[in-house]
Design a protein around this ligand. Structure first.
Ligand code: HEC
Length: 129
């Protein structure tokens, strides 16, 4: 009986811990994906100053600019990342990643991008329209 109780406690602990780390991991995963796929244009720190930025006719968005980035909801960000700039009326020099990345990876990217904005992004309150 004692053993079962201990196991239950351990199982609960694992569930709680993994809940926390899944969230942290998403951003960490997003950071890695960003470095591999996005930094060439958007820059290592997301400032829109990546190596390729200078040779593009459209300036890659500065993801640290909260005044711009915080206007977008997550759905918009998911859309532009998976379908590309032209699908949402922006520059086609923002490529589409839906073919290369899974939806979960795009979600992780959004989670990471959200950590860059200054001032920090505040998700809309559920009651907001
Ligand atoms: C080839 C260069 C290039 C790469 C690589 C690239 N982007 Fe972009 N991205 C752009 C450009 C250029 C724009 C600006 C489009 C505009 O303003 O019309 C943009 C815009 C965006 C926006 C829209 C922000 C806004 O202004 O509304 C998001 C979000 C974004 N990129 C995310 C990403 C992510 C995530 C990746 C990596 C998976 C990525 N981009 C890779 C060039 C690139």
């Amino acid at each position: 009986m004692k053993k079962v109780g201990l196991l239950t406690v351990m199982a609960l602990g694992t569930v709680m811990l993994s809940g926390v780390s899944v969230r942290a991991q998403n951003q960490a995963e997003g950071r890695k994906l960003y470095a591999s796929y996005c930094a060439t244009c958007h820059g290592d720190k997301g400032k829109g100053d990546g190596m390729a930025a200078k040779s593009l006719p459209a300036k890659p968005t500065d993801h640290t600019n909260g005044a711009v980035m915080n206007l977008h909801n997550d759905k918009f960000l998911m859309d532009i990342i998976s379908k590309g700039g032209s699908a949402v009326g922006k520059s086609s020099f923002m490529p589409s990643w839906g073919g290369a990345l899974e939806e979960k990876q795009i979600r992780d990217l959004v989670a990471f991008i959200r950590t860059l904005a200054v001032p920090a992004y505040k998700p809309e309150a559920p009651t907001a329209k």
